[in-house]
Design a protein around this ligand. Structure first.
Ligand code: BES
Ligand code: MN
Ligand code: ZN
Length: 501
């Protein structure tokens, strides 16, 4: 899909469709007002007759509006003008895109990007519109034998900005939005892929395919033998019950000189988490294919980053592994010696994410990172605490925690902080080893992060639990592409690219 920005008046556009807003009750937006004037009150007449109230998400498609160069006009209900907030804006855009896609307009000029949205500027509105358009057109039909595709799909969308002065801002927003969208789609494709196809090795192959497209992106594989050599015994223990070998994939992006310390992103990549010997109940167990959501997020963010060619060094780590029950599987009671030398008593083989991550986090010490952020669908407790709307951020480094939360706020991919106080550390005490891998039921998200914190002493670090945000269940089951927008925003800010400049 192609996106553009323009600054012009609606009646002068020659397009398949012009999209303008109508507020509740039957109040025309400025662009709708202009169309109404040149068409001698055609639109206001329709509204007076009660064809459209202006409730958020209502749509009315008009043909042959008098004195207008475009073939169609799509009136979009935007709710009460003063109540138009970002959530409503994004919903309206998504619905508009779906409507255009189904009603045969292959291109359109959209004036919704001119509407006033509380506390948001043109850059934000255009960028969010690009991302929302991408999301609402996303399908995962690679594995269907009959693919349903619209006969005349939407191919090109132009966003209008209020003045020529804002064209630059709009173009920048399109560029950033497209990069994020590309990363989000890639993340969703990888995460939606079934676990018989999406294995740890498959993840490495995906990373390789992306790296082939960019000169300054290179892949390194750490396979089972290399892990054994390094003493990554916790990571290996999780994988030992699986026929699919583990694979840790490193994606090296070089956008700055070699002496600049890299930002390291580590993603939990459990391509399937059955729970192992501490097996999960079978209800919705299929959803544990999404347990590689952290790795998928890193993969997507690396794609966005390479697309933007930001002047920073970043290393993405996909910690690929599968957790299965088997005669060879690790068991509750086992004591593992991690790469760091610390020992762990396994009390539950379903608390496997932290075991894979602890060794990956020790491994990345060798890069002398500027900061390390790990992303993981780590705990069911996080879904209970924050539901589907916010990812959790846990960090002992306040500025880094704030940076991530701000990035989430700006990119509409929000995160919320949870404490990581020392008081919680005792819950990991073990009579037989340095710690257990299980903190008990209370504060499950925090004790999981406490566990990781013991392996991240050598650098600035933050952990994000994305268990509630990475995918949605139910009728529209599927990966959400989160936290790619947050991560990309974080990298944009780190590269000094501020939204409005
Ligand atoms: N991948 C799961 C966490 C999860 C569960 C994410 C449900 C999303 C939905 C993780 O490996 C896990 O099983 N965690 C356990 C930890 C417990 C055994 C300490 C959990 O949350 O129940
Ligand atoms: Mn588990
Ligand atoms: Zn898991």
């Amino acid at each position: 899909m192609e996106f553009n920005v323009k600054s012009g008046s609606p009646e002068k556009q020659r397009s398949a469709c012009i999209v303008v807003g109508v507020f509740e009750p039957r109040r025309l937006s400025p662009a709708a007002e202009q169309l109404d004037q040149v068409s001698d009150g055609y639109i206001s007449n329709l509204l007076r007759r009660g064809d459209l109230e202006g409730k958020a998400g209502q749509m009315l498609l008009l043909h042959n509006v008098p004195n207008i160069l475009s073939e169609r006009v799509l009136l979009v209900g935007c709710g009460k003008e003063r109540e138009l907030d970002e959530r409503q804006y994004k919903q309206i855009i998504s619905k508009t895109i779906a409507n255009l896609n189904e009603t045969g307009s292959m291109e359109a000029v959209c004036f919704l990007s001119e509407l006033h949205v509380k506390a948001r500027d043109t850059y934000w509105k255009v960028r969010q519109a690009v991302e929302a358009a991408n999301s609402s057109l996303y399908t995962f039909n690679q594995l269907k034998t009959k693919k349903e595709e619209p006969r005349r799909p939407l191919r090109k969308l132009v966003f209008n900005v209020p003045s020529r002065r804002e064209l630059n801002l709009g173009e920048r927003a399109v560029k950033h939005g497209l990069a994020v969208a590309k990363g989000v789609s890639l993340c969703r494709d990888a995460a939606n892929m079934p676990p018989n196809i999406c294995t740890p090795v498959w993840l490495a192959e995906q990373a390789e395919q992306i790296a082939e497209q960019y000169d300054n992106l290179n892949i390194e594989r750490v396979d089972r033998d290399a892990m054994a050599e390094l003493g990554m015994n916790a990571y290996l223990a999780v994988s030992q019950g699986s026929a699919n070998p583990p694979m840790m994939t490193l994606m090296h992006y070089r956008g700055a000189s070699d002496d600049k310390a890299p930002i390291v992103l580590v993603g939990k990549g459990l391509t399937f988490d059955s729970g192992g010997i501490s097996i999960k109940p079978s209800e919705a167990m299929d959803e544990m294919k999404y347990d590689m959501g952290g790795a998928a997020g890193v993969l997507g963010a690396m794609q966005s980053l390479a697309e933007l060619q930001l002047p920073i060094n970043v290393i993405g780590v996909l910690a690929g592994c599968e957790n299965m029950p088997d005669g060879k599987a690790y068991r509750p009671g086992d004591v593992l010696t991690t790469m760091s030398g610390q020992t762990v008593e396994v009390l539950n083989t379903d608390a496997e994410g932290r075991l894979v991550l602890c060794d990956a986090l020790t491994y990345v010490e060798r890069f002398n990172p500027d900061v390390v952020v790990d992303l993981a669908t780590l705990t069911g407790a996080c879904v209970i605490a924050l539901g589907a709307h916010a990812s959790a951020v846990l960090s002992t480094h306040n500025p880094l925690a704030h940076e991530l939360i701000n990035a989430g706020e700006q990119s509409s991919d929000r995160a919320w902080r949870m404490p990581l106080w020392d008081e919680y550390q005792d819950m990991l005490d073990s009579p037989f080893a340095d710690m257990t891998n299980l903190g008990g039921r209370p504060a499950g998200t925090i004790t999981a992060a406490c566990f990781l914190s013991r392996f991240t002493k050598k650098y600035q670090w933050a952990h994000m639990d994305i268990a509630g945000t990475a995918w949605q269940g139910g009728k529209n089951k599927g990966s959400t592409g989160r936290p790619v927008p947050l991560l990309t925003q974080f990298l944009l800010s780190r590269a000094g690219e501020v939204a409005g400049e």
